[in-house]
Design a protein around this ligand. Structure first.
Ligand SMILES: [Zn+2]
Length: 190
């Protein structure tokens, strides 16, 4: 399973690519785009709230990779956030925002599916609560980070893994920025 480093960078990149008012160029509009980037990063990390009970016990995997890593959870939480947002600011929470919530939170499952898993049960319960069978992609593009005990977090192996995630995450986010630039250039006819 990927760490919040990759999930966060991917979420920020997706938010930048999809947000309507995060204008280009990126650096001139960073202040404007910042709330979107932070929201995208937080939403993309949301299924990992299941690490929190493990923090108490010093064993992060206590309740990890369970219900919060299913499609039903992503749908329910996206709908819940959207409904609350709609009650708060109806103009902000239209169809586009519903799609953004689904993509940002759903990106977490897509990324975890293609990340190495060295701890049984291998994969994530995509179909829970209807099926508890863990699902994993046949190939892994990202290495797994060590998080059995809190002391593992600073291990050399983790520094290497998190370095790979940071590089891959920045490349993904940059790809999202380039995609947005291309799209807006096409729209302007330049
Ligand atoms: Zn996860």
């Amino acid at each position: 399973m990927a760490s919040p480093v990759f999930h966060g960078l991917a979420g920020a990149g997706l938010a930048y690519a999809l947000a309507g008012d995060a204008r280009l160029p990126l650096f001139a509009s960073l202040k404007k785009a910042a709330p979107w980037l932070v929201a995208g990063a937080a939403l993309a990390c949301l299924p990992d709230v299941d690490y929190l009970p493990g923090l108490w016990r010093g064993y992060l995997n206590t309740t990890h990779q369970q219900a919060t890593h299913s499609m039903a959870w992503v749908l329910l939480v996206s709908a819940g956030i959207w409904l609350l947002g709609r009650a708060w600011r109806p103009a902000w929470f239209g169809r586009k925002t519903a799609g953004f919530l689904l993509i940002a939170i759903g990106s977490h499952l897509a990324i975890d599916l293609v990340t190495e898993d060295r701890l049984a049960p291998y994969g994530i319960p995509l179909g829970a609560p209807f099926s508890s069978r863990p699902v994993q992609a046949p190939v892994a593009f990202l290495p797994a980070w060590e998080k059995t005990a809190l002391a593992d977090l600073g291990s050399w192996n983790n520094l290497r893994t998190l370095g790979i995630e940071a590089g891959a995450g920045l490349a993904f986010a940059a790809g999202c920025g380039i995609a947005k630039r291309r799209k807006s250039a096409l729209r302007c006819g330049t």
